[in-house]
Write a protein that binds this ligand. Structure first.
Ligand code: AMP
Ligand code: FE
Ligand code: FE
Ligand code: ZN
Length: 280
């Protein structure tokens, strides 16, 4: 395999085409392997649909896949995204809830397309769906469509302008609260960790509540964290007995996230997370 730059051996946060990433699960895992990743969580938003393909590729190239999902919530607590690890991709009750969340994602993007159209941006829902290739819909697909039409100078700029939170075309997410996301992961045997805690508003208030609901980890290691932020989350992890987790949040689109394997995660993290499974 062609080496494409050295990464770290553990990555607990990655996205494929099954949600808003750019690579198929197999290509994503192959990229991870080429960068030296040995253990990778596939954490697509609101779906486990890519896990089987990732596992098959992982067997070929020697990457252990941890089945995971990321549940995005938006509320008075800002953006609280909950990663759930060690989830059974065959859990049909959970799949029902995830399907409901994906339908909410679809409706939200439809509404944003309508608003953009009303504002004079002729972005086409059919094209957005084509870009998503059946993956869980999100703003990244819309950003790509806006970029293709020349309405934004780059994919990344769309998030600061036309589809930013304070843009007239923005539609807030409806779905789970942060506590419900933690509870849902726990109810289905998963181990929840709070993703990129910097996007949460009122973290020190909500974190103990999330811990009471079953939160087991906090993503202290993340590409966009300053050393001070990482230190603060490591401190909070110790105070609240949370496992510090980490990952790249690689999407393969624009500048958002690091490259797969691009963030250091301590080797003991996997065992520590596994010890937080209940009834295992
Ligand atoms: P949504 O869940 O539809 O609100 O979109 C959130 C997703 O958009 C995240 O999961 C990232 O994939 C991506 N994203 C969020 N903020 C940015 C940003 N500033 N630049 C690029 N991508 C972003
Ligand atoms: Fe995403
Ligand atoms: Fe996220
Ligand atoms: Zn993510």
């Amino acid at each position: 395999m062609v080496a494409i730059g050295a990464g770290y051996p553990i990555d607990l946060h990655t996205h494929s085409l099954r949600s808003d990433g750019a690579l198929s699960p197999a290509d994503l895992v192959k990229r991870a392997a080429a960068r030296g990743v040995e253990i990778q969580a596939l954490s697509d938003h609101d779906t486990l649909g890519g896990v089987a393909e990732a596992e098959a590729a992982g067997r070929e190239v020697g990457v252990r896949i941890i089945p995971a999902t990321e549940l995005n919530t938006e509320s008075e607590w800002g953006d609280a995204h909950v990663l759930g690890y060690f989830i059974d991709p065959g859990d049909s009750e959970l799949e029902k809830r995830l399907r409901w969340l994906r339908s909410k994602r679809g409706r939200r993007i439809e509404l944003m397309v309508e608003k953009l159209n009303a504002l004079g941006y002729a972005v086409d829902l059919a094209r957005v769906l084509e870009i998503a290739q059946g993956g869980a819909l999100g703003r990244p697909h819309l950003a790509q469509a806006l970029f293709e039409k020349g309405y934004v100078p780059s994919y990344d700029r769309a998030f600061q302008t036309l589809i930013a939170k304070d843009s007239p075309a923005y539609v807030a997410r409806v779905g789970l609260t942060p506590l419900e996301a933690v509870t849902l992961i726990r109810a289905h045997g998963g181990v929840p960790s709070l993703a990129h805690p910097g996007t949460v508003v009122g973290l020190s208030d909500v974190l103990p509540k999330m811990v009471a609901a079953g939160l087991a980890g906090i993503e202290a290691y993340y590409g966009e964290h300053s050393p001070e932020m990482t230190a603060r989350y490591l401190y909070q992890a110790r105070e609240l007995d949370l496992v510090p987790t980490g990952g790249s949040d690689f999407h393969g689109r624009g500048e958002h996230g690091a490259d797969v394997g691009g963030v250091f995660v301590p080797p003991e993290t996997i065992d520590r997370l596994e010890s937080r499974r209940r009834g295992a």
